[in-house]
Design a protein around this ligand. Structure first.
Ligand SMILES: Cc1cc2nc3c(=O)[nH]c(=O)nc-3n(C[C@H](O)[C@H](O)[C@H](O)COP(=O)(O)OP(=O)(O)OC[C@H]3O[C@@H](n4cnc5c(N)ncnc54)[C@H](O)[C@@H]3O)c2cc1C
Length: 496
């Protein structure tokens, strides 16, 4: 029987980063992944010879001297990644009320570009960008060098994203343009925090990149780091129980049969799932379990991947956000079963080609639209499910056509995924795209700590702080600080 210092459950970005940090620090780690393929949302897979990305379309703060670049440098993987910097003059293009607005990269360029459409809003835009910057700077490299991973940002957790935007400008159109990418954090108008809005938008505004050969490269490189440092990464190992004796974890049960011993466990799963795997104990109080169970999860995503004929669809080095309503925030009660908005992202072409092979169209969707198939497994959901997906596809294609996006002549095949796919594959509760909804009205309740009352159980991953590449990486650092100390780790990353 193996005995590890730390077992890490799940090989998503959070799990792999914890594995890389702690194996670099000499811990004997083992990462367990239930699926055949590693990476969770940081994974690519193939359909009919086309490459699909599971959950990454672009990543921010990757220019030299920026925080994500520094984290990847610390991991020793920055120079190994094949990246494509997005267009400086437009990395996100917004279609709203018959007009087009561009988000340009760099603080000044962002302000100047939007001033072309809103010439009287320069001062307000500057104030808005400064507010984004004050959140982005909470996790600056300077703080790392001084031994802090993040400065206190609780006031931003308790500030509404929509409210902060409204306080920056009274112009309703500009408010909507600034909130137009809220799909990136599962934005809900009366809940989303300015912290997540700013952390994500600021990072793209600083330096937005696509992974030229898919996000899987990050997972593969991190796995290499773990193995090079003596760590173990195993696939097809579903943790079916977390084993507890005398108020301490002593290992995990895998695939309902094998037991692997460990002195500590870090779970990269949704906290609700983690608690459901945990054997009976008295350390985790029923009040904590009820609180976690009561937390709302973000909406899921329906993704339509258009697989393009060779040399047919010109590549656009920016994303496109289409909004069909005057209010850009997704509203479950109004928009159920509709396509009110979507995001379009193109795959970077291979070998300098100027035509893309895959166009992905993402639209928000809650899992309850799929209740009829709640008890089914992937590949066995039946004809009615295929029909539902075909109808949804048709609805999305019609929506795209309204904006002049008709790629029917280039489309070879189509492939779709729903929140059910994420529920069953990456194991997210409710097929949610980004996990627990962070609610500015109850910040203390919706933010979950990396530490639990069971002294050797720790949490990581997108549900804790902010999701996405940046948020998950920051959380992995915070989780690992529980082992090696924050000052030590922050300085190590800051001076990498
Ligand atoms: C459609 C979509 C688009 C997105 N686009 C972007 C983007 O462009 N940029 C960005 O920064 N972020 C994006 N995100 C968010 C980002 O992908 C996630 O926040 C992040 O990758 C989550 O990482 P994680 O480690 O927390 O979890 P996950 O990636 O979900 O990893 C969890 C892992 O645990 C495994 N697992 C589950 N149960 C068990 C078990 N019992 N035993 C063992 N293993 C188990 C799963 O198989 C999975 O591999 C997107 C997300 C989605 C869904």
């Amino acid at each position: 029987m193996n005995k590890y210092d730390i077992i890490i459950i799940g090989s998503g970005l959070g799990g792999l980063e914890c594995g890389a940090i702690l194996s670099k620090e000499g811990y004997h780690v083992c990462v367990l992944e239930k699926n055949e393929r590693f990476g969770g949302c940081f994974q690519t897979y193939h359909r009919n010879g086309y490459r699909m990305d599971t959950g990454i379309h672009y990543v921010g703060s990757l220019d030299e001297g920026q925080i994500m670049n520094q984290y990847f440098r610390y991991f020793g993987i920055m120079d190994k990644l094949s990246l494509k910097r997005m267009d400086e003059t437009v990395f996100d293009r917004i279609y709203y009320k018959d007009n087009i607005y561009d988000y340009a990269m760099g603080h000044e360029r962002f302000i100047e570009t939007l001033c072309r459409s809103f010439p009287h809003e320069r001062g307000n835009l500057r104030h808005y960008v400064e507010s984004l910057r004050s959140v982005g700077e909470l996790i600056s490299i300077d703080h790392l060098k001084k031994g802090r991973l993040s400065e206190e940002g609780m006031n931003f957790f308790s500030t509404s994203a929509a409210g902060m935007i409204a306080s920056a400008t009274a112009n309703a159109d500009l408010q909507n343009v600034l909130a137009a990418t809220s799909l990136l954090y599962g934005g809900i108008k009366n809940k989303s925090t300015f912290y997540e809005h700013a952390m994500i938008n600021h990072s793209y505004l600083e330096g937005a990149y696509r992974f030229a050969e898919g996000s899987m490269q990050v997972s593969q490189e991190l796995i290499r780091v773990i193995r090079a440092n003596g760590g173990t990464v195993l696939n097809k190992k579903e943790v079916s129980r977390i084993l507890v004796k005398e108020e301490a974890i002593w290992g995990v049960e895998v695939n309902h049969e094998e037991v692997i011993e460990s002195a500590n466990v870090i779970s990269g799963l949704h906290p609700q799932l983690t608690l459901s795997l945990l054997e009976k104990n008295h350390s985790i109080k029923p009040a904590f379990v009820s609180r976690i169970k009561s937390l709302e999860n973000s909406y899921g995503i329906f993704t339509l991947h258009l697989m393009m004929k060779k040399d047919c669809c010109p590549y656009l080095n920016h994303n496109i956000y289409l909004h069909g309503n005057t209010d850009v925030w997704y509203d479950k009660t109004k928009h159920k079963a509709q396509t009110p908005s979507c995001m379009i992202s193109m795959q970077v072409p291979r070998n300098g080609n100027r035509f893309t092979e895959v166009v992905s169209v993402l639209t928000p969707m809650y899992i309850d639209e799929l209740n009829a198939w709640a008890d089914t497994n992937p590949e066995h959901r039946g004809e009615a499910y295929r029909h539902f997906k075909a109808q949804k596809t048709e609805q999305i294609l019609m929506f795209l056509k309204q904006y002049g996006f008709d790629w029917s002549h280039c489309t070879e095949r189509m492939h779709t995924t729903t929140p059910l796919s994420y529920r069953d594959y990456t194991g997210t509760i409710d097929g949610s795209a980004y996990g627990i909804v962070k609610n500015y009205q109850y910040p203390q309740i919706s933010f979950v700590s990396t530490r639990t009352k069971l002294k050797n159980l720790f949490l990581t991953g997108q549900n804790l702080n902010v999701h996405g590449a940046l948020g998950v990486t920051l959380t992995a650092m915070l989780t690992c600080s529980e082992f090696v100390g924050q000052e030590y780790l922050a300085k190590k990353v800051g001076h990498a």
